[in-house]
Write a protein that binds this ligand. Structure first.
Ligand SMILES: *Cc1c(COP(=O)(O)O)cnc(C)c1O
Length: 411
């Protein structure tokens, strides 16, 4: 890990103070032209010694606006500090975790995985228009049936069709023959430009798609394609639990990645990360965004600089090894649960590198599911699976209670 280090509490606070100093101080400055200010001090408690030890609260009070994309072109000079920390976050994610080359990526901290996925689709739709004069009807989005619904939102917003590829019921793997047949059929129907969303841990199963399954079929049929990795859930766990994972920018077919910090990283909401290779994000330049200094290349407009600082704090409080230990603790608990389920002959799906266990529903009574807050694959009655996610607060003690309840009701 070149950039992902652990910093002492003292260093963290000093760096954040420095970043906030370079954020314009509305109290000290005569800053007339911008619709920005610090948090309302008539409403919020913005002063007091407790702030000394709370760099994040200080950041929220200073209220920097990280509007725009800071990996390319110019940026608003009033919020340099939080922009720099955002760039450090992107560097850790792009280079250390997802193996991009230095300065060969763009990205930003978006509002969430939904926005980051839509940002990718938006870029590819415009790229096909800009480079090939493609029409919307000639494009199509492909993804597995386990894919997050944000992809359907994107399809609807961008007026590009989407087609779901079936997966094997037990392994949750994309059925490559079905994918092949679907692509052949779509080409016959006039589709020429493909966008695939390949999952790094699906929301319901934690299953990880092989992006090369898509690439192989697209190459076979010689169609234009782009592959986006949806690591909204898995991005902060899978590449760390599986250090040999090839799902990163070393694969030339992968163009962009979504990684949510507000799921596994326990950052405040509003911290989804979008990453892509260089020279792609310009396809969504909004030329009319003239009041923003620099280029507006993001779907969201104003966004929280304090959120960027929060993600930065988490990454550099742990460092790579600290995070590695935390992930492995979660996986240890996950494996404990799997062992108990095995002993009870209960069928479930589990990717060995992911902290999700999805259990066949006939083993679980409604009462147990409700009591332990399990999430069903569908809320419309005909549920086949329930999932357990081993998040930070889910300890072996909790899992033990769950197993005891399952044992009782399974007899
Ligand atoms: C949660 C999730 C999303 C959407 O992320 P939000 O941050 O809720 O917008 C997208 N994809 C996957 C796989 C997810 O788990």
């Amino acid at each position: 890990m070149k950039y992902w280090k652990k910093l002492s509490q003292d260093k963290l606070i000093k760096k954040i103070d420095k970043a906030l100093k370079s954020t314009v101080d509305f109290q000290e400055n005569c800053y007339l032209g911008y619709p920005v200010s610090n948090l309302d001090e008539n409403v919020f408690n913005t002063k007091g010694s407790f702030l000394k030890e709370s760099p994040l609260l200080k950041s929220f009070i200073a209220n920097p606006n990280n509007i725009g994309c800071h990996t390319v072109g110019k940026s608003e000079s009033a919020f340099k500090g939080s922009q720099e920390l955002e760039k450090e976050v992107l560097q850790v994610l792009a280079v250390d975790i997802f193996k991009a080359k230095k300065n060969e990526y763009d990205g930003y901290i978006a509002t969430g995985g939904t926005e980051a996925n839509i940002q990718a689709l938006w870029i590819y739709r415009n790229l096909y228009k800009n480079e090939f004069g493609a029409k919307n009807e000639e494009m199509v989005i492909l993804s597995s049936e386990d894919t997050h619904y944000s992809v359907h939102k994107g399809s609807n917003l961008l007026s590009v069709d989407t087609v779901s590829i079936p997966v094997n019921f037990d392994t949750r793997e994309i059925i490559s023959e079905e994918l092949d047949a679907t692509v052949a059929k779509l080409i016959k129907e006039g589709k020429k430009y493909f966008m695939a969303i390949s999952n790094m841990a699906t929301t319901m199963f934690g299953s990880v798609d092989d992006p090369n399954v898509y690439a192989d079929v697209f190459l076979k049929y010689k169609v234009e394609f782009k592959i986006h990795i949806d690591g909204a859930f898995g991005g902060f766990i899978y590449p760390i639990s599986n250090l040999q994972s090839p799902i990163n920018f070393t694969n030339p077919h992968i163009s962009s990645i979504t990684i949510d910090a507000h799921k596994m990283l326990q950052a405040p909401y509003g911290t989804g990360v979008f990453l892509c290779r260089k020279n792609l994000i310009q396809n969504v330049l909004t030329k009319e965004a003239q009041y923003v200094d620099g280029m507006d290349l993001t779907l969201v407009g104003s966004r929280s600089g304090a959120n960027a600082i929060a993600v930065w704090m988490i990454l550099f409080s742990y460092g790579f090894y600290g995070w590695y230990e935390k992930i492995n603790t979660l996986l240890l608990r996950t494996n404990w649960l799997c062992k108990q389920l095995d002993a009870l002959n209960i069928t479930y799906y589990h990717d060995p590198y992911v902290n999700i266990v999805t259990i066949r529903s006939h083993h679980i009574t409604d009462k147990v599911a409700h009591k332990f807050g399990l999430v069903p694959d569908t809320h419309d009655g005909d549920c086949k699976w329930y999932k357990v996610i081993i998040m930070d607060h889910v300890e072996v003690d909790d899992l033990q209670k769950f197993i005891t309840a399952v044992k009782k009701t399974n007899k």
